[in-house]
Design a protein around this ligand. Structure first.
Ligand SMILES: *Cc1c(COP(=O)(O)O)cnc(C)c1O
Length: 457
């Protein structure tokens, strides 16, 4: 039955080196160290080919929100694949799982978001939005309105349009990005600023950079603004409370479309069904992916507001856009099973009222560590800022690679977290128990000690 050969860890590493190019990876460096072969997952733990048990503090890549080993999702995929593994949603066809999922998505989304366009990933969802936003303004007889404002250090995916929306310099330095018609303004990263303003003053100034850009380019050129409610890959950057209300005001005042990239924050990560719910904003588009299936199968999509959908439908005729796997029946069946688990087990509420506050309390205490300058967490999405000087909050020199040192200590001690520069980020599964949260916290403290010892050695 098994489709996969049994091989030793060393064999897998050799084959991986010879035949497999990894995403976001320096291959020369990887093959000096060898890849870590993950073979199994159960609950909040993953297991590697050497038999190590590792607590997955990142839910895979911010996606395995209900944890590993849930048979309901496996059974949903198998049952659907037996009945109808695939059929397309082009040519006036649809399949029951995609329709049922569309209904459920509407149910957990804000009232203005009644329609979904399916894609295969977050990147494809954002590419869809770039095209849809421009199509909308064409249909509104304002074809000049094509520019989308995004933010520095944002992450919206890796395809050409999504990488252009992303604000990552390292990505833009490669392959001639960003494409025209996408501009970037300041991110609301108070800790990363000179901290001369209060967080709320800083939030207003950061949002103000959107208004400045609108005025610089002319409002008749601006189609939309896109932001992650909490920036994920950029370092779990939580905007000051003043930020999102001001962004909403600006979008309303200038009539530009608001895109809330919910690929990480959707489906409970912040203890609410969306980041837009958490910050009480009212977007026209919410791209989603990751948590919609808890990563068990790839699926993405975009929830679209009535304001936009009505125009596309009434005036648009055919929109020449779509993916072979838009509305993939097996992926949609898995998403339905996943949403049912989130609802039946009240996991979003659990993040808000139980495990979220529990982990947050311990997270706060990590701020007492001598090399920690700040900790922050909303729901189950958190960050720890490593600093050299706790008083002045001065950082270590970049070339010391302190974040990487800490991450390596963590994984060697059985906990996966990610680092972005010297910021440690965490996003554990929603089924994390209190004991497992304690294990995370204890390991982080110990590895901060080890990191400090490594640097001083
Ligand atoms: C991961 C991510 C994406 C891209 O999703 P993929 O499925 O990797 O294409 C887009 N936006 C945000 C906020 C993300 O975190």
């Amino acid at each position: 039955m098994a489709a996969i050969e049994k091989r030793s860890g060393a064999d897998w590493q050799k084959l991986d080196k010879d035949h497999h190019l990894h995403p976001f990876t320096d291959h020369k460096e990887l093959h000096q160290k060898k890849s870590r072969i993950i073979t199994r997952g159960e609950g909040v733990y993953i297991y590697d080919a050497d038999g190590n048990k590792i607590l997955d503090g990142m839910s895979g890549l911010w996606c395995v929100n209900i944890g590993y080993g849930r048979d309901e999702l496996v059974d949903a995929a198998a049952a659907q694949m037996r009945v109808l593994p695939y059929y397309n949603s082009f040519f006036q066809c649809a399949n029951p799982p995609s329709i049922e999922l569309a209904r459920m998505l509407q149910e957990v989304s804000q009232p203005q978001l009644n329609r979904v366009f399916f894609a295969g990933s977050g990147s494809e969802s954002n590419d869809t939005i770039v095209r849809m936003v421009r199509r909308y303004w064409d249909l509104m007889d304002q074809p000049e309105r094509h520019t989308i404002i995004s933010r520095k250090n944002a992450y919206h995916g890796s395809t050409v349009a999504a990488a252009s929306l992303s604000g990552m310099k390292a990505m833009h330095r490669q392959s001639g990005l960003p494409i025209p018609g996408i501009v970037h303004v300041d991110q609301p990263y108070w800790f990363g600023s000179d901290r001369s303003l209060s967080p709320d003053e800083f939030g207003i100034v950061a949002a103000g950079s959107i208004e400045d850009k609108i005025n610089e380019l002319g409002v008749n050129k601006i189609a939309a603004f896109i932001g992650e409610p909490v920036q994920g890959a950029g370092g779990v950057i939580m905007p000051p409370d003043s930020y999102w209300p001001e962004v909403q005001r600006i979008c309303d005042e200038y009539g530009i479309l608001l895109i809330s990239d919910e690929v990480i924050t959707g489906f409970g990560r912040l203890g609410t069904w969306s980041g837009a719910d958490y910050y009480d904003i009212s977007p026209d588009f919410t791209p989603f992916a990751k948590g919609v299936t808890s990563g068990y199968l790839p699926l993405g999509g975009v929830m679209i507001s009535d304001r936009v959908a009505d125009v596309l439908i009434d005036k648009g005729g055919e929109f020449f856009h779509g993916y072979t796997y838009s509305g993939h029946p097996a992926a949609c069946a898995v998403a339905i099973a996943n949403l049912k688990i989130l609802q039946d087990e009240q996991l979003v509420e659990r993040v808000k009222d139980d495990i979220g506050p529990y982990l947050q309390a311990g997270w706060k205490k990590l701020a007492e560590h001598p090399i920690v300058g700040e900790t922050r967490m909303i729901g189950l999405m958190g960050a720890i800022e490593i600093v050299k000087n706790k008083k002045s909050l001065q950082r270590y020199e970049e070339k010391q690679g302190v974040g990487t040192i800490c991450r390596d200590h963590l994984i060697n001690n059985g906990l996966v977290l990610r680092t972005v520069g010297d910021t440690i980020v965490a996003a554990p599964p929603f089924n994390l128990s209190h004991d497992e949260a304690d294990e995370m916290l204890e390991k982080i403290w110990r590895c901060l000690d080890l990191t400090q010892a490594t640097i001083s050695a």
